[in-house]
Design a protein around this ligand. Structure first.
Ligand SMILES: Nc1ncnc2c1ncn2[C@@H]1O[C@H](COP(=O)(O)OP(=O)(O)OP(=O)(O)O)[C@@H](O)[C@H]1O
Ligand SMILES: [Mg+2]
Length: 308
């Protein structure tokens, strides 16, 4: 009998790591209203992506034969991200996942199309209005070491992120906020004066998650947040993200090339291929009853374990 690695992994991922103390802190101190507890995500859309495109033009060829190539990194994506859900975005390397997330984060402008937040088209807003909305979006990256400033202590990193939302916060109040943030992600606040290199990879990713939570966001985009981590640590970080999303009522886009991991974490899954969304459905439907040929190929490419 054969068994998918991901099914086996899903079971081991199921061992939850959240402790009740951590959950209580999350809702008591972070200033983000608890919206739901284990119930289904809302059907209200938080963000709508309409006909979104990002084309990169690059020079190619030699001195005499130069011409330009256009890479359609994102090629007409329509997607709705519902309030309080984890939307999994899955696809092979180079299919456009990070480019799509960078457009949502307002880090790069789209070539065409629009991003609608609570009925407001972000491209029609003035820069200072976009900067204000932008605080509601935070990102967790693949490599926590590269994304943290090695010269800043955990306290400085988190305090700076808290001050984006509360510019006047300082002293004991700020220190308490940082302490609470560290407890929320399962870190010992006694270590707040340490530097990133003094932590393990998993702990560094917890710092990066705390930094993302610090400005009290509504949406978190996690771009391959466990790909750089040891397998034994991956489940802890996945469970932490799931617990935080549930306890804080966050909306989350979880990006990965691993359909098994996405199935474990997400409520719905969007499958991306060559800049387009080729399949969208509930996590169970996409994982167990894929319709698109590319999704079937993604599933088939998951290594199989032979059970004894
Ligand atoms: N700034 C850029 N200039 C030119 N091409 C780019 C740029 N950024 C991305 N691309 C191209 O766009 C395509 C999509 O890249 P993207 O990083 O979004 O893929 P991805 O799905 O996130 O891949 P991975 O899983 O490896 O992170 C790739 O072909 C990439 O080379
Ligand atoms: Mg990427």
């Amino acid at each position: 009998m054969s068994l998918r690695v991901t099914d086996a992994r899903s079971r081991s991922l199921g061992a939850r790591v959240c402790n009740p103390h951590q959950k209580g802190l999350a809702t008591r101190f972070l200033g983000i209203a608890r919206r739901r507890s284990g119930c289904l995500p809302s059907s209200v859309s938080y963000l709508e992506i309409r006909d979104l495109e990002k084309h990169f033009v690059k020079k190619a060829g030699g001195l005499l034969t130069h011409h330009t190539d256009t890479i359609k990194a994102v090629d007409g994506v329509n997607l709705e991200i519902r309030q309080g859900e984890i939307l999994g975005l899955v696809g092979e390397s180079g299919c456009g996942k990070s480019t799509l997330s960078r457009m949502i984060m307002q880090l790069i402008p789209p070539t065409a199309g629009s991003i609608i937040l609570n009925g407001e088209n972000l491209s029609t807003l003035r820069p200072h209005e976009v900067r204000r909305r932008r605080l509601d979006f935070q990102m967790v990256f693949q490599d926590p070491y590269a994304s943290l400033n090695p010269r800043m202590t955990v306290f400085s990193t988190l305090a700076e992120a808290v001050r984006q939302r509360h510019p006047k916060m300082k002293g004991a109040e700020l220190e308490k906020k940082v302490t609470d943030l560290m407890a929320t992600v399962g870190l010992d606040a006694g270590q707040m004066r340490r530097y990133p290199h003094e932590f393990s990879g998993g702990q560094r990713q917890r710092i990066a998650i705390a930094r993302a939570l610090a400005p009290e966001p509504k949406l978190i985009i996690a771009d391959e947040p466990v790909s750089a981590l040891d397998v034994s640590i991956q489940s802890q970080i996945l469970n932490l993200l799931k617990d935080l999303q549930r306890d804080l009522g966050l909306t989350m886009v979880f990006i990965s090339h691993d359909l098994g991991v996405v199935h474990y974490v997400a409520d719905r899954i969007a499958v991306m291929y060559q800049g387009k969304i080729v399949e969208l459905g509930t996590a169970d439907d996409v994982f167990h009853h894929p319709k698109d040929d590319y999704t079937k190929r993604l599933l088939a490419s998951i290594p199989m374990l032979r059970s004894a």
